[in-house]
Design a protein around this ligand. Structure first.
Ligand SMILES: NC(=O)C1=CN([C@@H]2O[C@H](COP(=O)(O)OP(=O)(O)OC[C@H]3O[C@@H](n4cnc5c(N)ncnc54)[C@H](O)[C@@H]3O)[C@@H](O)[C@H]2O)[C@@H](O)CC1
Ligand SMILES: Nc1ncnc2c1ncn2[C@@H]1O[C@H](COP(=O)(O)OP(=O)(O)O)[C@@H](O)[C@H]1O
Ligand SMILES: [Mg+2]
Length: 274
């Protein structure tokens, strides 16, 4: 088993080239946020913007429009239930589906449309409600560059492994049956990629607050849009998320997602120049 380290993140988070523009740093689409969980989509989108994504759009319930614009004017917005979803998917390089999506029939219909429209070359991060829906409805895995980010209960639903049985060996075997990269989140997150297992020693209980996982999806999306190869981008994102939470937790009892998000640009600047 290998460890996630700052060196690993440092190797790909480098100073930006001069002859670039917003299109150089990824076009991210976040699909999520129903009427109940709009905050999840806002945190995911905010994390993507603050982690350096070039362009971020959010396909969500229209009820979240004012809140999203007020919190994050950098993001664009569309109605996830409209045909604008397919257009936005076509234009994206990286798609996140699931944060705050919910698990009702409307959410299932949106998820199926994402799975039908996504293309093989695109990165698709499947999180939260989307994982629960895939497991509950036995959906076929889409043909794309997949990244799964289950917490332990979502991993139980997806892998069939009960929490006490989620040993590294058993989880690795289960991850092998699922295409793409699996980020199995917990107080000691493991990333399963091919034959490799990476352990994340950064982070701590200050992160045990709603929205921490939604935030991680935005950082992974931003890194996938900016840095190559994808495997390194995902590993770096997992480390940076927890490490920045550790920095916040030096002076704060809880590492609120919005605090972690705010800290990202300064940390990435420092990392890129070190
Ligand atoms: N502000 C918001 O809008 C928020 C929206 N959220 C969204 O809410 C939806 C449901 O997510 P949940 O994770 O709450 O729902 P789940 O239906 O996956 O709930 C998991 C349940 O298991 C329990 N549990 C026990 N051990 C756990 C572990 N190790 N890790 C995680 N849960 C454990 C939790 O307390 C929770 O009641 C997702 O789409 C998520 O993105 C959450 O991220 C919370 C914040
Ligand atoms: N005690 C802990 N120690 C380290 N990391 C934690 C701890 N509790 C939660 N986390 C991290 O916080 C995130 C929680 O994700 P998740 O449960 O999906 O949150 P949400 O869906 O509310 O956004 C994961 O990245 C997880 O590793
Ligand atoms: Mg979650």
């Amino acid at each position: 088993m290998k460890q996630l380290t700052e060196q690993l993140a440092q190797a790909i988070v480098r100073p930006r080239q001069r002859n670039t523009y917003k299109g150089s740093f990824g076009k991210i689409l976040i699909v999520g946020g129903n009427a109940q969980f709009g905050g999840a989509a806002i945190m995911s989108a905010s994390a993507a913007v603050y982690a350096g994504a070039g362009l971020v759009s959010v396909a969500t319930d229209p009820v979240n429009r004012s809140a999203l614009h007020a919190r994050l004017p950098e993001a664009m917005i569309l109605n996830a239930a409209s045909s604008a979803l397919e257009t936005a998917i076509r234009q994206a390089t990286v798609i996140v589906v699931g944060p705050g999506l919910g698990t009702d029939n409307a959410a299932l219909a949106i998820l199926k449309r994402v799975f039908a429209a996504v293309e093989q070359t695109q990165v698709l991060i499947i999180d939260g409600s989307a994982i629960t829906l895939v497991a509950a409805h036995h959906l076929d895995y889409p043909n794309a560059q997949l990244i799964w980010t289950p917490h332990q209960v979502e991993w139980q639903r997806l892998s069939g492994l009960a929490l006490p049985d989620q040993t590294v060996t058993a989880s690795q075997q289960a991850a092998r049956r699922i295409p793409g990269i699996v980020v199995a989140k917990s107080s000691q997150t493991h990333v399963f990629v091919g034959d490799d297992v990476y352990e994340n020693m950064a982070g701590g209980p200050a992160m045990a607050t709603g929205g921490s996982g939604d935030t991680l999806t935005g950082i992974i999306a931003a890194f996938a849009g900016q840095f190559q190869p994808l495997k390194q981008a995902v590993l770096a994102a997992v480390f940076v998320h927890s490490h920045v939470a550790d920095i916040v937790a030096m002076n704060s009892y809880v590492a609120l997602p919005t605090m972690v998000i705010r800290e990202l640009p300064a940390y990435l600047k420092q990392l890129s120049e070190s």
